[in-house]
Design a protein around this ligand. Sequence first.
Ligand SMILES: Nc1nc2c(c(=O)[nH]1)N[C@H]1C(S)=C(S)[C@@H](COP(=O)(O)O)O[C@H]1N2
Ligand SMILES: [Mo]
Length: 358
Amino acid sequence: MAESHRTTPRLPPGQQLAAAHKWPLVGERAPASPCGPQAVEAAGLVARPQVWTLAELRAMPQTTCVVDVHCVTRWSKPGMLFGGVLLEELVRRTEVLPAARYVSFVADSPRSHSTSLLLEDALSLGTLVALQAQGSPLALEHGGPVRVVVPGRYFYKSLKWLVRLEFLAEDRLGYWEREAGYHNTADPWLEQRYQAAALMPHEVQALLAQRELGQRDLRGLDACGLSLPGLRAVGTLLRNAKFAQSVLCGACFDGANLTNANFRQADLRGATFRGADLEGADLAGADLRGCDFYGASLLAASFSSQAADGSHELPAVLDAGTRFDPAVWEQLLPAQSALLARLLKAAALEPNEGASCT
Ligand SMILES: Nc1nc2c(c(=O)[nH]1)N[C@H]1C(S)=C(S)[C@@H](COP(=O)(O)O)O[C@H]1N2
Ligand SMILES: [Mo]
């Protein structure tokens, strides 16, 4: 039989490839204790509660697993190699009781981070308690010495610095799921990124009419095509908000959370995004003349839509007054970083026509 060749990996909707040799750091950057967890406990609905030291985990049957990593902020790293002990093995050893329907992973981390899954899903997906990545021991910042890796779910289900497995009858929402509205199932193929926002439509209407959003939770807001010049959204939670083709010139999004927001072809002349979180935001075709992104995080954001052949369609419009943080070059994915460099260079040569809102 002919050897099958690994073709270009398929990406779930809305995802882009991370740079080949980069593994972005997301969320907490260090464990609570200096060297991370030195043992993993199994507790809750189990017949035999256990504490396994790292040495004991290493002495168990080791599984290696090729995992396509998909972060909810839209970068993917297909084909990562992880090694460790299957959750299934630990479930067997601790004799999990039939009443346990959920598993909650708890971290040795500053905010006692956690995340949970239906136990049945965790097992059928081949969840790994990983000790190794790419053939080496896990680096501390990536969850070493021991983290969870859940294939087939957004990477926020893959908890770093695992210190405890809790087997539960009822679900207990994890940190991102509770605090930031991340979807609790997190299937990247279904784009289960965030749950919808909580405000009623007429309340949202009233806020938009005032053009003052304040520090509210307006996740998933749909403001496509609206005329909202001078909108004030300082510190507003606007994850996944939709502003495609909206008029937002002079708007202030300072400190707003705009993760995965859609600004395609929006008029953003003179808008400010100082210190805003724009991870995974879509700015293709947006008019960014005079826009200030200083201190904003633009991890995996895009300034064009990329065709399958890698060519750029619908590039954003920049001028000499468009301001970026130098950190942007660390944050953008390679193709987008090259495009932005090109757009900025061209903008610097153009006469500045002014970006005032008319
Ligand atoms: N303890 C802990 N685990 C965590 C997080 C975190 O903030 N704390 N972030 C999650 C998120 S959102 C992602 S995308 C991945 C990132 O893992 P990495 O930094 O190794 O890429 O870890 C997940 N596990
Ligand atoms: Mo994430």
